[in-house]
Design a binder for this molecule. Structure first.
Ligand code: 2BA
Length: 150
């Protein structure tokens, strides 16, 4: 019985953990780093997805990548903020799954990624799943299991 329940949680669909696209802060590849930094500062996040105008996922951009770009040899070079596009700096190795993917896959990606992007079957971005939501659910599940045993 215990084994069967463990299987069930790992195979559970990730859709209920989704933070939908309209609630996700994002920038576009053609935006300047100045715009991206403003969005990152205002949203309070360390990194956010980069989407094109048809809501296709292109990468992710972080405050660290932007700061690294404006770091000159002896001083910060903020003029680079409006000379450089998000496209030139963003990372393209991002975690991405389909909404039909199992909990197990999301959990495994979340080891190295604080958030995982989710696409529909046509490859359009539909939102993100955060590490904290997965861990909160897993924590609740493990507590329930312990209660059932005692
Ligand atoms: P970080 O920005 O590094 O944020 C790490 C954690 O800090 C977040 O975990 C959250 O618990 C907290 N946090 C940061 N900024 C916050 C804010 N403005 N309001 C409330 N809590 C805040 P998670 O919520 O698990 O998010 C994991 C990562 O997913 C975030 O990493 C960020 O890169 C991304 N993310 C989460 N929600 C997002 C959203 N609505 N739009 C864009 N990116 C988001």
């Amino acid at each position: 019985m215990q084994k069967l329940e463990e299987m069930n949680i790992l195979e559970k669909d990730v859709a209920p953990f989704l933070i939908s696209a309209e609630k996700v802060a994002h920038v576009q590849p053609e935006n300047t780093l100045e715009h991206a930094l403003l969005v990152l500062i205002k949203s309070g996040y360390t990194a956010i997805p980069v989407l094109d105008t048809s809501f296709k996922l292109k990468g992710a951009i972080s405050k660290a990548e932007i700061l690294d770009t404006i770091l000159g040899i002896e001083r910060l070079e903020p003029e680079r903020l409006h000379e450089t596009k998000v496209n030139d700096v963003m990372s393209t190795s991002i975690a991405c799954i389909k909404s039909s993917a199992p909990f197990e896959r999301a959990l495994s990606y979340s080891i190295n990624h604080p958030f995982i992007c989710v696409e529909d079957e046509d490859g359009s971005f539909i939102g993100i799943i955060t590490r904290s939501k997965l861990l909160a659910y897993l924590n609740g599940y493990l507590h329930d299991q312990r209660k059932k045993k005692s």
